[in-house]
Design a protein around this ligand. Structure first.
Ligand code: SF4
Length: 261
């Protein structure tokens, strides 16, 4: 069955390490929503069966519940949706109870939070707009409004991060009501604000990154989060079906300015 990936190209502010395409243009949220719906309508009548929708970014959580609802509703009219897993990537700084409750009612089944660390100094270095208490509260609220599938991202190799601080971050994240963790290694990308020798010398070297990665794999396994591909770990029943489509070479349709099919 096919998956649908919807790229939402907006962020409130650009993180200094990120080379994904995104712009800070709240004035375009509505035009973008209408354009996505028009793109989806082009598939009407082709009887394409879909079982996953993934809102990735950028920061999909800048969209309102009504805008997400409209996109899912349009998808429901143009594709044959079969008990879909619908994931939305969320930034802890752009969510609240009402919005998350609205996404849930719109059919979103899974939230993926870009937490990155439980250490506020590391979050500051990464230029994130949230601290850990905000991220914790966002995840707990998501669970309270009914999300049974919640993922958190964690970043390895951040300046000043140690094996101990990484350990503590994973302890904090796995204590939250989450069933999935994505662990990514910080990479200095060309053209980003971090693309300078000073930063290259400040972040973890390859040996340290390797130690961090292996520690992460072992620590998460001990908490019941089993690795199912390079960066992703899930409890029983928590694997991302959409994510697995990429690894299994299945079909997916990309919609939005930086998506491909
Ligand atoms: S919020 Fe995510 S997509 Fe946006 S700039 Fe930061 S890392 Fe990149």
């Amino acid at each position: 069955m096919t998956g649908i990936y919807i790229h939402v190209p907006f962020c409130k502010r650009k993180c200094p390490y990120c080379d994904f395409y995104s712009v800070c243009r709240p004035d375009l949220y509505e035009d973008y929503t209408q354009a996505v719906c028009r793109n989806i309508e082009a598939f009407k009548g082709r009887d394409i069966k879909c079982d996953t929708i993934y809102f990735g970014g950028g920061t999909p959580s800048v969209l309102s519940a009504e805008q997400v609802d409209r996109i899912i509703d349009t998808a429901g009219k143009c594709f044959a949706l079969c008990q879909p897993e619908i994931t939305l990537e969320a930034n802890p700084s752009s969510v609240d109870r009402e919005k998350m409750s609205g996404w849930r009612k719109a059919g979103v089944t899974r939230l993926s939070f870009g937490v990155q660390s439980a250490n506020d100094r590391e979050l500051g270095f990464l230029g994130r707009l949230h601290d850990f208490s905000q991220a914790k509260s966002a995840v707990e609220t998501a669970a309270q409004v009914g999300f049974r599938h919640i993922s958190c991202d964690i970043m390895l190799g951040v300046k000043g991060q140690t094996l101990e601080s990484l350990w503590d971050s994973i302890e904090s994240l796995t204590a939250l009501p989450v069933d999935h963790i994505s662990a990514y290694m910080l990479k200095i990308e060309k053209g980003t604000a971090f693309d300078c020798d000073e930063m290259r010398n400040a972040v973890a070297d390859d040996d340290m990154l390797c130690d961090m990665y292996l520690q992460t794999v072992g620590q998460l396994a001990s908490k019941g989060f089993l690795q199912y591909e390079i960066s992703n770990f899930a409890k029983e029943g928590g694997k991302s079906r959409h994510n697995l489509k990429y690894w299994h070479g299945e079909e997916y349709i990309g919609i939005g300015p930086s998506a491909h099919s």
